[in-house]
Design a protein around this ligand. Structure first.
Ligand code: PZK
Length: 287
């Protein structure tokens, strides 16, 4: 980071800096979280996998919605971004019933106001993808809201545009992933408004940290699915009988190596680019 960058904040696994009035720098670390706890052990190149994937998707979805990407830095883990006015809602698109969607459906038969067919099982594919907004809770977990509440927060016209763009992004990415043996079960988008009033895709997009990727070969609805990337870490942590509070456990080298290999495999399947090639020249994902 050569020039003066002002640290604005830390996410669980990312750092945000201001470059100037118009530009931000989003830096993805190699930290990994599981069960909402950041582990003391890093996964080498995880930040580069996530940044490369985000940049890949930004380059390929510009025709659906403009995004905040200005440049991918040659460290492979940093994105220069346009500064936006971020919408106060997170937009999750779900094509499958998992996580809080499954939880809400189990108790009410609906998710964020979408009444779903009866007798769906955990991890079942939905008849159509649904948009499930959530408010960014200051501390702790996001709270699912319905489309009326989202429209009240951003305006009805803007909300209609957000829904339409989010479903189009999900359909595009899910079809691409499915052709490569990966189910995109759901994914979270963060959108903002640029100085001209245009809706712009921000944050990271369509990465393993913002999405549920499932290996299609192992898909078996009727229960939770193994995560493409984090399953080794989760299984190892569960095997310790750890209570899922801080501090998390150190993870042994073989579990780290297996996890890194899964992130790299997801990158290579989704982009069709060898990860070594990305490390040698990150700009390959933009071409
Ligand atoms: C923005 N975050 C999340 C917090 C991180 C990331 N293009 C943008 N314009 C204005 N604000 C943001 C963005 C983006 N993306 C993103 N918070 C604000 C966040 C902490 C660390 F890496």
């Amino acid at each position: 980071m050569p020039e003066a960058a002002v640290h604005l904040g830390s996410g669980k696994v990312r750092e945000l800096y201001a470059l100037d009035e118009q530009r931000l720098l989003l830096v993805a670390s190699d930290r990994i979280s599981t069960f909402d706890v950041i582990l003391p052990t890093e996964v080498p190149d995880k930040g580069r996998v996530l940044t490369g994937l985000s940049a890949f998707w930004f380059a390929r979805t510009q025709g659906i919605v403009p995004n905040h990407l200005i440049a991918l830095r040659n460290d492979g883990r940093s994105l220069e971004c346009r500064r936006l006015e971020m919408l106060p809602v997170e937009i999750v698109v779900r094509g499958y019933l998992s996580g809080s969607g499954w939880k809400d459906y189990s108790s009410t038969g609906a998710v964020c106001g979408h009444v779903l067919p009866k007798d769906l099982r955990e991890s079942d594919r939905l008849p159509e993808p649904i948009v499930t907004p959530a408010t960014k809770a200051q501390s702790g977990h996001d709270e699912n809201i319905d489309g009326h509440a989202a429209a009240a927060l951003v305006g009805a016209e803007r909300w209609a545009e957000v829904e339409s763009v989010a479903v189009a992004l999900y359909r595009f990415a899910a079809a691409h992933a499915e052709e490569r043996g990966i189910i995109l079960a759901d994914t979270k988008f963060e959108l903002g408004i640029d100085p001209d009033g245009a809706l712009v895709l921000g944050d990271e997009a369509l990465t393993p940290d913002s999405s549920r990727f499932w290996p299609a070969a192992d898909y078996a609805p009727g229960g939770p699915q193994p995560s493409y990337d984090k399953q080794y870490v989760r299984d190892y942590c569960e095997s310790l009988g750890w209570d899922k509070t801080y501090p998390g456990p150190e993870v042994p080298a073989d579990v780290v190596a297996g996890t890194r290999a899964r992130y790299v495999e997801a990158f290579e399947l989704l982009t069709g680019i060898a990860f070594d090639h990305y490390l040698a020249d990150p700009q390959v994902v933009l071409r």
